[in-house]
Write a protein that binds this ligand. Structure first.
Ligand code: IMP
Length: 458
């Protein structure tokens, strides 16, 4: 009765959607366990592109249970848009199940996310401004609104009232501070697009309107609301496979990532248990997904970042623009110090390396194998102190590059020897076998290494 977790091994956008889609073929249920619509998963099926922010990648299998777990924060407007979009394309969403315990992203969370980032100015985190942090903060403060609250209008209104008052005050204060700062900087006038922090009562924060609007979402989502932990137990106890689909990635983990430049949830494998409501012994395998290079969106340390022709090559060849925000991603060489850290934190059993094709055309391939601090100290493992990470210089292993176009490779033998040597080096350094390699965006553009996984119990 296997439980299989898929996690991002870097800073996100590793191509987890595609790996989930491939492994989902062998599973009975696919569950998202954290994050919200800050994520963006792209899947290409028969030349058709699907982009998901909230709905688990398994939705393209109508016969499988597709679950939004309790650990997810959910913006119901976005979810309903995704549901409608899929229906318009003829995709059956009847098997979508939403945990009654998942928390809702409310309009004030989105406003607070933006206002908080604006206040931080140069120190901003570069969040997706989808309200993720403020929503998880309310969850911890026990001021959150949960999916189940949508089903009782009285309770919903009461809870919104309790949550709303401190938000109105916080937004007002942020607005005053920001205007003061702008004045000091000699910038006059009203803030262009920043009406979120305006003085007048914001119609988006009206209790009555919000309660009515959200009760309406409740009516529409009701057929999908369920006890999703029980659903997972039933599949696992019946000998089926549950795939736990992580969003974001290890280095964006709230506890173990490059804090504060992280997301507000735990994208590591251990969180699958909390965010889906299963036990640690339900997890049999952990697949980590890493690109053959590295990218990051938003601010924060990124030791192998490149600001040169190779960086442009990776950006352009890899189409490195965010699925959620459209932002240009920062690009660099693969960082094996960070990868080995991710392998251990997640206790990965397998690695999927994506976008190997993007490296073709580079004379030399590099992989960071240690960092050196300004003072000359050498770090073979991920330093716990953020200041070191900010200033550390990576030291690289150099491997020969390859020219060949990999997009039609379908077996290990099709790959040029230099590409195989690169993969070998990564696997040996990380200490985990590479089981899957991506050579293009299409579903069929993969190379399985060793046997294709049979995830079912023997
Ligand atoms: P938040 O999750 O919107 O609060 O953003 C916090 C940080 O995580 C920012 O640096 C974002 O760019 C980053 N982030 C959030 N979601 C993703 C993702 O799905 N892929 C890559 N980066 C992400």
């Amino acid at each position: 009765m296997p439980g299989v977790v898929i996690v991002g091994a870097q800073w996100g956008d590793e191509g987890k959607g595609k790996v989930t889609d491939l492994l989902a073929e062998r599973a009975e249920a696919i569950v998202r366990f954290q994050g919200g619509n800050n994520a963006g998963h792209t899947i290409v099926r028969d030349g058709e592109e699907f982009k998901f922010h909230l709905i688990p990648s398994g939705i393209l299998y109508p016969e499988k249970a597709c679950v939004i777990g309790n650990g997810v924060v959910l913006d119901p407007r976005i979810l309903l848009d995704e549901i409608e979009g899929l229906k318009r394309r003829g995709i059956d969403v009847g098997n979508l199940r939403i945990s009654a315990n998942a928390h809702l992203i409310m309009p004030y969370h989105v406003l607070l996310d933006t206002a908080g980032e604006l206040k931080l100015g140069k120190l901003s985190i570069g969040t997706t401004r989808r309200g993720i942090g403020p929503c998880y903060a309310d969850k911890a403060l026990r001021l959150g609104i949960r999916v189940q609250d949508l089903l009782d209008e009285k309770i919903l209104r009461k809870k919104i009232l309790a949550a709303l008052e401190p938000k109105q005050q916080a937004l007002r204060e942020l607005s005053v501070q920001r205007r003061k700062l702008r004045k000091e900087a000699g910038e006059g006038g009203r803030e262009g697009g920043d009406q979120s922090v305006a003085d007048a009562p914001d119609p988006r924060l009206d209790l009555h309107t919000m309660s009515e609007e959200f009760a309406g979402y409740g009516h529409r989502l009701e057929p999908h609301i369920a006890d999703t932990s029980r659903l997972c137990w039933n599949v696992l106890d019946g000998g089926g496979t549950v795939l736990f689909e992580g969003a974001q990635a290890t280095l964006l983990d709230l506890d173990h990532g490059t804090y504060p430049f992280v997301t507000s949830s735990n994208p590591i494998a251990g969180a699958a248990c909390v965010g889906a409501g299963v036990g640690p012994t339900d997890i049999d395998e952990v697949w980590g997904v890493a690109k053959a290079y590295a990218t990051r969106v938003g601010a924060g340390p990124f030791p192998t970042e490149l600001d040169d022709a190779v960086g442009r090559h990776l950006l352009e060849r890899g189409h490195e623009f965010g699925t959620t925000t459209g932002r240009e991603r920062r690009c660099g060489w693969i960082d094996l110090v960070a990868l080995r850290y991710a392998v251990r934190l997640n206790r990965m059993s397998a690695l999927a390396i994506t976008k190997l094709d993007v490296l073709s055309g580079l004379d030399v391939l590099r992989a960071a194998v240690r960092y050196r601090s300004r003072e000359g100290a050498v770090f073979d493992s991920f330093p716990y102190h953020q200041s070191i990470l900010h200033s550390a210089e990576p030291e690289y292993e150099e491997l020969p590059g390859f020219e060949a176009d990999l997009s039609t490779c379908r077996s290990e033998a099709d790959l040029p020897p230099q590409a195989r040597a690169f993969l070998d080096f990564v696997a040996r350094f990380a200490g985990v076998p590479i089981r899957l390699v991506g050579v293009g965006p299409g579903r069929d553009q993969v190379v399985w290494i060793g046997d294709e996984p049979h995830l079912r119990a023997a």
